[in-house]
Design a protein around this ligand. Sequence first.
Ligand code: TTP
Ligand code: MG
Length: 397
Amino acid sequence: MKKIIAHLDMDAFFASVEQVRKPWLKGKPIGVTNHPNGRSVIATASYEARPYGIKSGMPVKTAIKLLPTLIIVKGDMAIYEKISDEIYEILKRYAPAVEKFSIDEAFLDLTFKAHTFEEAKQIATNIKAEIYAKFKLPSTIGISINKLLAKIASKEGKPNGLFVIKEEDIDNFMKDLPISKIPGIGKKIEEKIKNLYGVEKAGELQKVPIQELIKTFHSYGVFIYNAIRGIDNSEVIPEYEIEKEKSIGNSTTLDFDTDNLDIIKGVIRKLSSNVGYRLRTRNFLAKRITLTLRYEDFSTFLHGKDVSATNSDEEIYKVANVLFNEIYNGERVRLLGVTASKLEHPKIGLFEEGPQKDKKLINALDSVRKKFGDEITNYANNIYLDIKLSQRRISGR
Ligand code: TTP
Ligand code: MG
């Protein structure tokens, strides 16, 4: 069954909130930051400031050089979070499955609420109106048949818009879409693609065969191959699914009991990647990692440690490895497990230390993992990966 998915994204969220709280800022170019003294960076800029090239992540100093009249406003994360939660409560009345994706974004699965895109548009109009009535905040909603396209649509509709990409329009729409407008593909990849293939638009890149993309980008090539065609099979994951998970764990009984440290560490690495992946797809950070270790005589030990919030495969592996080293007695191991607990949703952006350094890469790998299964994201071994992918291609999966 074809889905109808909506993506809501608040317009210049932090800046719009400040313009409502301080009406004298309305219509003015403002930049919201965590430090008002010019040392910090812009978290977001109001739409009045954007024509001057001012954007998220830019040092305040640079922004002021571009526009000396820019008003710098100190942000208040607690207020944005509260409004974000309240918006989420509103959205839940409109759709059975709502996924809060970031502080100002959510996906809604409208499949069982709207039979047509026209009905979906009406629902989206009502949502926008209700949010505006309550908070005086502008928002944009994108509607399409999957999350990727809905997100592309909301970007296209900004600001204060409503944009639909119908199934029959996908090819036409993707044809001229700059590659960097696809979520998960940034400017750097766009640049690389331009250098390699001389193309800038998704439609043009569609002519490049998947083998070629895999050769250049490995697992990420598969993500690109799908994304430029508007293909995305991911689900809208509602809160009650997420809340069920007080912890995210993964364990495995080894094929044979072993004291071979290479094998053991390899398994811990794989378990850690799997836990990291599940944290990221559910938009969680974990503040505790626990290792489970069962010996051949079935004696079982759990050993855990609090960590600073993470969803990184590498971090989880490092901790799990330390935990293992701390308790391992040299006997043969039968089962290993890695569990992440003390879960929390990440707070976005520049107000916090970002836990994901290679977010784009991780996102890309995750998409591939979702599609093809876990084993191929064994990124230490790209040859294995390529072989696996071509096997699956040949077998038509
Ligand atoms: P975005 O939705 O990316 O941006 P935005 O809402 O300000 O503007 P747009 O109309 O283009 O959607 O991010 C939401 C909020 O998250 C943003 O208002 C400020 C914060 N943020 C950061 O703190 N750091 C960042 O790097 C980004 C991109 C956003
Ligand atoms: Mg936004």
